[in-house]
Design a protein around this ligand. Structure first.
Ligand SMILES: [Ca+2]
Ligand SMILES: [Ca+2]
Length: 236
């Protein structure tokens, strides 16, 4: 009887160790490269990160005026699967120190392709131009990343920030102060990403992400199509 139980315990321990050994492999996602095709500035032209499972890093470039249309913002469509552990941080990209002073923005993709402003940051801490986002804002807006779902990540160079169709800023301007992750604030627009107010600094970047997964292309398309259907229904 005793040896029978012991074997059972040993098996259970063996399984736990095996699960622990495998866990880091399961959590570390692939690395995404923006590549030659520029990621656009709004939902319609964003790059859908079409990988299965977690995303570890996104490497890209704000090329400034190098493109005919300009490259001052890059948008990526992703799925936040773990809102509690969600984080994004920037660092200079391949090629060493970057002239880019990055700003990060998060939007939730809702029915009708409404791209809702959630949070923004310019400098994550004083003394560095690097930007970062976490699950919760700290500007008193109380906005958090509370639900898993389809989100748009945008990176721009200072001081290019998103605006609504009337030209109103989408975020509490406190986000420009070091250490502030801000939500929409008083005087913010209708919260739907429409365009950007200005050109900004340019350079290369690497984003390090947690709690974020890819959006396999067919899934993204069907989700967006569903949003469109709901919007049409509402207009009747
Ligand atoms: Ca780009
Ligand atoms: Ca910055």
């Amino acid at each position: 009887m005793t040896s029978y139980l012991r074997a059972d315990v040993l098996l259970s321990v063996a399984l736990s160790v095996s699960a622990l050994t495998l866990a880091p492999v399961a959590l570390a996602g692939p690395d995404w490269d923006e590549g030659a095709l520029d990621a656009g500035s709004t939902l319609g032209s964003a790059q859908a990160i079409s990988v299965n499972g977690g995303i570890n890093t996104i490497t890209g470039k704000l090329a400034g005026s190098a493109f005919m249309v300009g490259d001052y913002q890059d948008c990526f469509l992703v799925y936040i699967d773990s809102p509690q552990t969600f984080s994004i941080s920037t660092s200079p990209g391949a090629g060493g120190a970057s002239s880019l002073d990055p700003m990060l923005f998060l939007f939730r993709v809702e029915a009708g392709n409404f791209t809702r402003a959630i949070m923004a940051n310019n400098d994550f801490a004083g003394g560095s131009s690097a930007a970062g986002l976490r699950a919760s804002t700290n500007d008193g807006s109380g906005v958090t990343v509370s639900t898993a779902g389809l989100y748009l990540i945008a990176i721009s160079g200072f001081a290019s920030q998103p605006i609504d169709a009337t030209g109103a800023a989408l975020f509490n301007q406190a986000f420009l102060q070091p250490g502030v992750i801000a939500g929409p604030g008083p005087g913010s627009g209708d919260l739907n990403l429409f365009a950007w107010n200005a050109e900004g600094s340019s350079g290369t970047y690497v984003l390090t992400l947690e709690g974020v997964s890819g959006v396999p292309a067919p899934g993204a398309l069907s989700l967006l199509a569903l949003g469109g259907l709901i919007a049409r229904k509402r207009r009747r």
